[in-house]
Design a protein. Structure first.
Lengths: 499, 357
């Protein structure tokens, strides 16, 4: 699992969604009626298809390629709804639905004659390609290619070719129809989580990540173009999700926000005391002249603990920024207004967090007057159909690229797309890796270290994990343009580093 | 029911009415089969001369009939007495506490007063809830609600067309009274104190409401209606069952009411749920659409049919502010207006739908 997916930052989108195509888990139930799964399902399809092809007159076959949806789709609800729609048609047209283990669905049924086409309206198999294309418009990279409909009388060869090239079951994931977050939560599990959060050592749970500005410099190595702009403190999802109940609780956006609010007060208090004492949580970042960014709930911002931190920050000259998720910001507009005024009073910039492709085109985040907007990278930003792409570009133009930070930049594609849109600020695993590679190149103790170890140690405030580094003074550093000496140690000497 | 009472009043027609307060049933009798028994106890009244039966809010039942001097009432009360006889002493309840009897037209004002929707008062001496629920309590509530019959907690408020000279019904907004459910299941807790836990809990309400309003259930609607739902609930097996049972006559008339925070909690799921709801003929409404929310959510991109706008004093003073935020004024359902002058205000300012109280 990549590092970004191991984090939760009190934001719903930080929680890994159901992995694509679907995680292992309970299989499809018999609730959908004539539904068959897996190997036996495939055999049933083959048998049924052979029977249909022996008397193909008036028969249809349709495949819905849910496996071709963009990750994290197909999610359980995609399968559930698609299954219900196909079952509806199957019932009206004497057919059957066959799910493949990769989540593709095949419908075999009778073609509508003139009479029942009039009666059945939208359930007609002939209308399904259009209806399903519209339904999955936002989730399919190529909605037109999501379904194929064969009239078996004329297109038997083509349907046989499809059956022959269906991917084997081996190597594809099982499908589930139950969402982990949809059921009732376990009271004992949540009580245990409450206790865990109330008693955990907060620093052990804290992760950090440096956001960077990519300076112009065509032809220069990437490491020479990184200028850090702030460091974000978050709670580490990985540190808490060993317990199944906890993982399920954090997969639910509302429970996640509830627990985030509970942690706010403890974190704010911890940071205030650390700041007063010049402690290890805040000092390295602040000494580098970087602001620390905190993810807070609205409740957290209006709490006395926040007021005390703001006061201490003023007294010590420490700089902070506060990140608020978009869903939290619209959940209670008057409270958001009040929280924003407290941020302005404290001199903390407001970062609107958690924008993704779907919310980018649905909202006008500028109305909330943020100083910065974090847009989460996803491949869909680059490879959506033209109308969606146009909507994305229009939304970026409205916001202005200068106000956007591309978050979760997990690979080079993110940077390529971001730069093509004029975005210069980034945060994510790819930048963590580039920074770590730069550190390893100059570190005197890195001979036995892997890149992954260096990224992990730099991304946490857990003392034990950081303690495994032989040169911890380098961990918070962004190497740049060869301005560092190979044996640079920790402490005051770090001033020589480009930070 | 109100029309009938008013007509009786105007015509001086003598009628007798009983009101069965199902919401006053003691907890040990608040199970579906008890409710059926209580209704059955009043069955004899339904056979009375010119009897008419009405389902009211909070699971209450009203029966009005002509013969004021007959024995029907005595039989019904005896049957109810029998039902209540086995209660433990601490839950003892007299039939008179469950049933109110009105003689019309003399007592029509009292009966009309009973028909006004109002939040139930705290029982005498009951302390105001003060405790904040935690996640474990929320989980226990979820389990308690999994199979609960919430019919006695169901409320509905009319949404009215106000374009004509007199308001006409557009649809009924159906919801559950969360505070009353909390008072019954976890007295002493302020159920909405933690907004995110409460939001999570509304998914359990959704499931029960979908079951309750499914065609074939006793309380299933007969005309256009709206349900408050989470996006996750629209994509749930319970909704698929509700959808499968929806009669053809109601398809295209049902509105699903959503919250902005829920839409933005998982916008990809919202987009899919919206497309699915459209495929099946549902209309979508944005709840609590204050100007601040309308400024952030792009209504055209979200492709919503209606927005429910609370008529704050500032909006009533400056309706243009709202007009500027709406693609078209006809999509607004204005709430919180004065019951007497609200319709006229809405009409005069170009709005066509208001929600009654």
């Amino acid at each position: 699992m990549q590092q970004e997916s191991n984090r939760w930052d009190c934001r719903i989108e930080a929680v890994p969604r159901t992995a694509s195509p679907c995680p292992p888990g309970p299989s499809v139930t018999g609730a959908a009626g004539d539904t068959h799964l897996g190997n036996s399902g495939d055999r049933l399809l083959t048998d049924a298809a052979e029977r249909a092809l022996r008397a193909p007159r008036g028969k249809l076959a349709l495949v819905l390629r849910l496996s071709a949806l963009k990750p994290p789709a197909p999610r359980p609800h995609h399968l559930r709804i698609a299954m219900a729609l196909l079952q509806d048609t199957a019932q009206r047209y004497g057919g059957q639905v066959f799910p493949h283990r990769n989540a593709d669905l095949v419908l075999l049924c009778a073609a509508p004659d003139e009479d029942n086409r009039l009666v059945s309206g939208q359930a007609s198999p002939l209308g399904l390609p259009g209806a399903l294309g519209r339904l999955f418009a936002a989730d399919a990279a190529d909605p037109a290619n999501l379904t194929t409909l064969w009239r078996l009388e004329d297109e038997a060869a083509s349907f046989r070719a499809y059956l022959a090239q269906r991917p084997a079951d081996a190597g594809v994931s099982a499908i589930v129809t139950n969402d982990p977050a949809a059921g009732a939560a376990s009271a004992a599990g949540l009580a245990a989580l409450d206790t865990l959060l109330a008693t955990s050592q907060i620093p052990d749970l804290l992760a950090q990540q440096t956001a960077i500005e990519l300076r112009p410099g065509r032809g220069q190595p990437l490491t020479a173009r990184l200028a850090p702009i702030f460091r974000e403190l978050t709670f580490s999802f990985a540190a808490l999700t060993e317990h199944r109940d906890i993982a399920e609780a954090f997969a639910d956006p509302f429970l996640l926000r509830h627990f985030a609010a509970r942690l706010d007060a403890r974190m704010l208090h911890l940071l205030q005391t650390d700041l007063e004492a010049g402690g290890r949580l805040t000092r390295p970042t602040l000494r580098q002249g970087l602001p620390l960014h905190l993810n807070l709930t609205l409740e957290g911002i209006i709490s006395p603990a926040f007021a005390r931190l703001a006061q201490t920050a003023r007294a010590t000259g420490a700089r902070f920024g506060v990140e608020i998720s978009l869903m939290e910001a619209v959940s209670d507009p008057p409270l958001m207004d009040y929280a924003h005024s407290l941020l302005e009073l404290a001199g903390f910039p407001l970062v609107l967090d958690g924008l993704e492709q779907a919310s980018l085109v649905l909202t006008h985040p500028a109305a909330l007057r943020p100083d910065m907007v974090k847009l989460n990278w996803s491949p869909g930003l680059a490879d959506s159909p033209p109308p969606v792409k146009a909507a994305i570009d229009a939304a970026i133009a409205r916001l202005t690229p200068a106000r956007i930070l591309l978050a979760r930049a997990e690979n080079e594609d993110a940077l390529v797309w971001g730069q093509s849109r004029g975005i210069t600020r980034y945060q994510g695993f790819y930048l963590d890796a580039v920074r770590a590679a730069g550190r390893i190149a100059v570190c005197h103790s890195a001979r036995a270290c892997t890149l992954r170890q260096c990224i992990t140690r730099a991304g946490t405030l857990n003392a034990a994990i950081r303690g495994a580094c032989g040169n911890p003074g380098l961990l918070d550093i962004t190497p740049g343009q060869g301005s560092v000496a190979r044996d640079q140690g920790s402490g005051a000497g770090n001033a020589a580093w480009r930070v | 029911m109100r029309d009938l009472v008013r007509r009786a009043e105007l015509a001086g027609a003598q009628r007798r009415a009983v009101l069965l307060h199902m919401d006053q049933l003691p907890p040990s009798l608040a199970k579906p089969h008890h409710q059926r028994l209580a209704r059955a106890a009043l069955n004899s009244l339904a056979q009375a001369d010119r009897a008419q039966q009405f389902e009211l809010s909070r699971g209450r039942l009203a029966i009005v009939w002509r013969n004021r001097d007959g024995h029907e009432l005595g039989h019904a009360m005896a049957a109810l007495d029998h039902l209540l006889a086995d209660l433990p002493p601490e839950q003892a309840v007299a039939p008179g506490q469950l049933v109110s009897v009105f003689d019309l037209p003399e007592q029509s004002a009292w009966l009309l007063d009973e028909l006004i929707e109002r939040p139930p008062a705290q029982p005498d001496g009951a302390p105001e809830p003060t405790r904040t629920p935690d996640a474990a309590l929320m989980a226990r509530l979820e389990h308690a609600l999994a199979q609960a019959d919430l019919s006695r907690f169901m409320r509905w408020r009319p949404v009215l067309h106000v374009t004509g000279p007199t308001p006409t019904p557009a649809w009924d907004e159906r919801d559950v009274a969360a505070r009353d459910i909390a008072a019954s299941l976890c007295p002493g807790f302020r159920i909405k104190a933690d907004p995110w836990l409460f939001h999570r809990l509304t998914r359990s309400f959704d499931r029960r409401m979908l079951a309750l309003n499914s065609f074939g259930h006793g309380a299933s609607p007969t005309g256009p209606f709206a349900l408050h739902l989470n996006i996750a609930s629209i994509l749930s097996p319970e909704f698929l069952r509700f959808d499968a049972a929806l009669p053809g006559t109601l398809r295209g008339t049902v509105t699903l009411n959503l919250l902005a925070a829920d839409i933005l909690a998982d916008p990809a799921s919202f987009t899919f749920a919206r497309n699915f709801a459209r495929t099946r003929g549902y209309r979508l409404l944005l709840r609590a659409a204050t100007p601040a929310v309308l400024a952030v959510l792009d209504l055209a991109a979200a492709e919503l049919d209606y927005v429910q706008v609370p008529a704050t004093a500032s909006l009533q003073a400056d309706p243009d502010k709202l007009h500027k935020l709406l693609p078209r004024a006809t999509m607004a359902v204005v709430t919180g207006l004065d019951p007497d002058s609200g319709a006229a205000w809405a009409r005069a300012n170009g709005f066509s739908l208001v929600r009654g109280r």
